[in-house]
Design a protein around this ligand. Structure first.
Ligand SMILES: NC(=O)c1ccc[n+]([C@@H]2O[C@H](COP(=O)([O-])OP(=O)(O)OC[C@H]3O[C@@H](n4cnc5c(N)ncnc54)[C@H](OP(=O)(O)O)[C@@H]3O)[C@@H](O)[C@H]2O)c1
Length: 359
């Protein structure tokens, strides 16, 4: 297979660093350009990073001396160097929307971790195991943008990457009402315990905008491509509370669920065990072999023990039991910067390549 040339926009950030790390030895993708704000532009990647590098492994040698481009001023130059870009920047929503459209209009597909375009009806928001068929909306988006190649595809919010994968395959039983409380790691805010010491020995019961995203974004994933857009589903109904907890990486969800047709516990466990999505069918390089993993022990899954399962791309589930008010309750866990951010975006890019959208 040919190697696709890729760029990382926002390469100095928390998600950007994850991209750099997981793309270092990627079988299909080669990083040829890095970009960030004007503060970093013109510097070598290591200089631009300063003491901001927070990954466990060193800065990839192939990228350490690359001169960082200006993500906004150098759009055309960057677009001419790559087959597509990954984008994770900390800018105002309107600015991100405009920037991503500029890349797309320069015929450079954008695989985005930003929330700016998640609500745009012809921008697919794909979890490759669940709604891979949403790629079919891309021709309509290209028509709107007036492009031949360029388009935008987005990743969903990291908070829902544990409970949506667990619930979506249960749709055959009619998932009706979902109540979820999320316990979210500090890396989700781009922070470490060094940069956010107030989080040590603390819980903060508010993450701006997170509950709305956790309730609304699943409905796009459950949605259908109709004509030139994705029409959101109207059920299941979601209600969420999102808490920041003193954990470095890994978002946990505690879920209560009610069904139209209540399945047996065995039917739920069988469904999770046997579930495979398009990512597994296509054997994409970053796809976990077993997407949904159920742990029978009462005290599992644990953030520290399971967050890195299958390279941080698998979902861990446990404690499935009947509830007195809903039908069932369970807990679930995913790695927020791997499956929930950069890893999920790389898997989506692999899907888009395999389905012919990056040629
Ligand atoms: N962290 C997560 O787990 C997670 C998960 C899902 C989605 N996201 C989303 O991903 C995005 C990035 O998050 P993050 O945690 O990586 O943020 P971050 O660590 O604050 O990094 C932000 C990046 O944006 C760049 N940037 C800032 N202002 C810019 C400008 N005016 N022009 C171009 N680049 C600019 C920064 O470059 P400089 O270093 O030059 O300032 C840096 O590379 C956000 O939209 C966030 O909501 C994050």
């Amino acid at each position: 297979m040919k190697k696709y040339k890729v760029g990382i926009i926002g390469a100095t950030g928390m998600v950007g660093q994850r991209f750099a790390t997981i793309l270092e030895n990627h079988p299909w993708f080669e990083v040829v350009v890095l970009a960030a704000s004007p503060r970093s532009a013109g510097k070598k990647y290591t200089e631009a990073l300063g003491n901001k590098w927070v990954m466990d492994t060193p800065v990839p040698a192939s990228m350490a001396d690359m001169i960082v481009k200006d993500a906004t001023a150098d759009v055309e130059e960057i677009a001419s160097m790559v087959d597509f870009v990954f984008c994770a920047v900390d800018m105002k929503k309107d600015e991100i929307k405009a920037l991503e459209e500029r890349y797309a209009k320069a015929e450079c597909p954008v695989v985005s971790n930003n929330s700016a375009h998640r609500g745009t009806p012809d921008v697919p928001m794909i979890v490759p195991e669940l709604n891979a068929d949403h790629v079919k909306v891309i021709p309509a988006q290209r028509k709107r943008l007036g492009t031949k190649r360029g388009f935008i595809a987005v990743k969903s919010n990291c908070s829902l990457q544990s409970y949506v994968p667990a619930l979506f395959p249960l749709s055959k039983f009619g998932v009706k009402d979902v109540l979820v409380c999320t316990y979210q790691a500090i890396s989700g805010a781009g922070k470490t315990f060094d940069t956010w010491p107030e989080m040590v020995d603390n819980v903060i019961p508010y993450i701006g905008g997170e509950e709305e995203k956790s309730e609304q974004e699943p409905l796009k994933i459950w949605g259908k491509v109709e004509g030139d857009k994705i029409v959101n589903a109207t059920s299941p109904r979601f209600t969420a509370q999102c808490l920041r907890v003193p954990v470095s990486n890994g978002h946990m969800g505690a879920v209560f669920v009610r069904f139209e047709n209540k399945p047996s516990k065995e039917e739920i466990l069988e469904t999770w065990k046997n579930f495979k999505g398009r990512a597994q069918e296509l054997e994409l390089p970053s796809a976990p072999k077993q997407f949904l993993n159920y742990f029978v022990e009462d005290n599992m899954p644990q953030t520290k023990l399971q967050r890195n399962l299958e390279g941080g791309m698998a979902i861990s589930i446990g404690r499935l039991r009947e509830d007195t008010q809903y039908d069932y309750k369970f807990v679930c866990l995913s790695h927020n910067t791997l499956r929930g951010a950069a890893g999920g975006a790389v898997l989506m890019a692999e899907l888009l390549c395999a389905e012919g959208y990056m040629d």
